[in-house]
Design a protein. Structure first.
Length: 112
């Protein structure tokens, strides 16, 4: 297991009483090269160390990340005063391309 995953798991555990600790900022690159940043909810980690985010194919982030997979995540844990920054590449899964994966996470979402 990579060290960052061990540290992140520890931070999440230490901040488990604070629901806002499960939000982080996801930045992508706009179609003209400009930065875009927004808040998203942490939905877990895959076995191969990808952060999971659930979104909508109608959103700008979907269009942007399909066009340019470069992304950055910035995540601050106020309780432990730790900041994580991940420079990464998005691996997008849609219902059309990986129905079982998308369905398994969709089923975990609340109705709200
Ligand atoms: C606390 C919070 C959590 C959010 N979580 C998500 C999320 O998990 N997925 C998502 O697509 N948008 C989430 N949003 C909305 C995004 O921040 C953003 O407004 C929306 O996805 C449209 O972004 P885009 O047009 O850049 O794609 C969240 C917003 C807030 C304030």
């Amino acid at each position: 297991m990579p060290r960052w995953r061990q540290e992140l798991t520890k931070s999440l555990h230490q901040s488990r009483s604070m629901p806002e600790s499960r939000y982080f900022q996801l930045a992508s690159v706009g179609l003209s090269g400009e930065p875009f940043c927004r808040t998203v909810v942490y939905r877990g980690l895959t076995d191969d160390n990808h952060l999971i985010i659930i979104s909508d194919t109608r959103s700008e982030k979907f269009t942007q990340l399909m066009h340019n997979a470069n992304a950055q995540v910035c995540w601050y844990f106020s309780k432990t005063r730790e900041q994580y920054r991940f420079s990464t590449r998005a691996n997008i899964k849609t219902l059309e391309h990986d129905e079982a994966f998308v369905q398994s996470y969709w089923e975990k979402l609340s109705d709200a």
